[in-house]
Design a protein around this ligand. Sequence first.
Ligand code: NAD
Length: 496
Amino acid sequence: MAKTFKNFIGGKWVAPSTGSYVQNRNPADTNDLIGRFPDSGKKDVAEAVKAAAAGFARWRATPAPARGDVLKRVGDLMVAHKEALAQEMTREMGKVLAETRGDVQEGIDTAYYAASEGRRLFGHTVPSELHRKFAMSYRRPIGVAGLITPFNFPMAIPTWKMFPALVCGNAVIFKPSEDVPATGHRLVELLLEAGLPPEVIQLVHGRGETAGQALVSHAGVSLISFTGSTATGSKIGEMCGRMHKRLSLEMGGKNAQIVMDDADLDLALDGVLWGAFGTTGQRCTATSRLILHQKIHDRFLQRLADAAGKLRLGDGRQPRTEVGPLIHEAAREKVERYVEIGQGEGAELVLGGKRATGGKYADGWFYRPTIFAGVTPKMRIATEEIFGPVLSVLRVRSFDEAVRVNNGVPYGLSSALYTRDVHLAFRAMEELDNGITYVNAPTIGAEAHLPFGGVKQTGNGHREGGWEVYEFYSETKVCYVDYSGVLQRAQIDNYD
Ligand code: NAD
């Protein structure tokens, strides 16, 4: 009998007020029921906000280095439990073990970075324009932070938000994706085991339109950080705009790898296989477009189709598996719809284009790695996010054309250029409209200590990771101390 899980509100594990639950199943074997998780509603969110407000009052008064020490212990616990966390994550999310280990490692790196940030959280001191006057800025926490996360990085993305939010002194309400609630549950357990005061973290499970929306629209939540699809981000953006909430949006992508005629083709091939089919194409940074210079187009495409056709599809927990299942049936149906759209648009299906069924695939959401050639820049399969193992290949005549194709989509997360020409490498860094550009490396592979995010409809200007995220979770306050003993009027008094 599968376990029934609870929310964590006000320092206690509690059942949802709705009395209803969402089933969490293994996407590689849907007979495997992982657990029943709360399908929470408005009332649960309201309770969580009340508790978080009390937690905030306490946590903001805790010195930042002491807050950082808690995160250091969380990192240590994640190291100790890394393998078990990865195994559990693959069971609920489907990606292969090497990737779920990487997902946990990202959380560990983020924990240690955040722990040390507790001893920095720099403000500025700057000279005043007046005599005997001291001017400085420092950073204050904001309040109750609502964190809403997607399914594809069940540990890394929550930690990208939660750890900086906590080290800055905010209280957190965490609503993990309803598709990967078990990893969210484990993360909260680890925070409590590390000694985080229980009121500082609230875990509210549930669906987006109910629990998620209630969190976004609650007046007691001052800040929302969301990662997910651009469609959901638009709804959240509208609500936060009306309520004047601080908001970070990290949304969809349509990332391209460009391969020039002088590139190391072996390297470029490894890059696109990993970028397009790693995580079954379910990464915001996944390579979903391949832009090939016409001189190498035909031979590269042939090698790619051969290699992608040999990728081993299966349960991510099996050591030989290279591509796992999709997250659920709706994701598989979306991929199928786009394959039909691509065929209807006149693109040439070179590989895949169908479900994997029967035998070991019978009970999972498997779909075969798929490649379309003859794709043109305006086709829907070249501009819309599919979020599955589908790669659209476009042919270009020059670097300038490749840049135009790369930039001709509404998204702007990641891009990659393969070339041996240093001039083109630097031009790519300048001319590709993305938050991240890789040279001679695939579109995926962000590092936790650098800012992460995209331009255009991928984001709203904020970044996760690195030093920049700490700006988002804190408010700058400026203080002046006048020790001249006389009234000095800034901008009015002259120097004498
Ligand atoms: P999703 O938008 O369906 O859901 C994301 C989260 O939002 C979930 O927790 C969901 O419950 C919640 N949600 C849904 N509707 C809501 C609403 N009306 N109000 C409040 N919350 C709501 O996304 P998903 O399918 O889980 O994830 C895939 C998407 O995430 C892709 O578009 C991918 O590109 C994007 N993503 C972006 C980044 C990035 O950093 N840019 C990283 C990972 C994933």
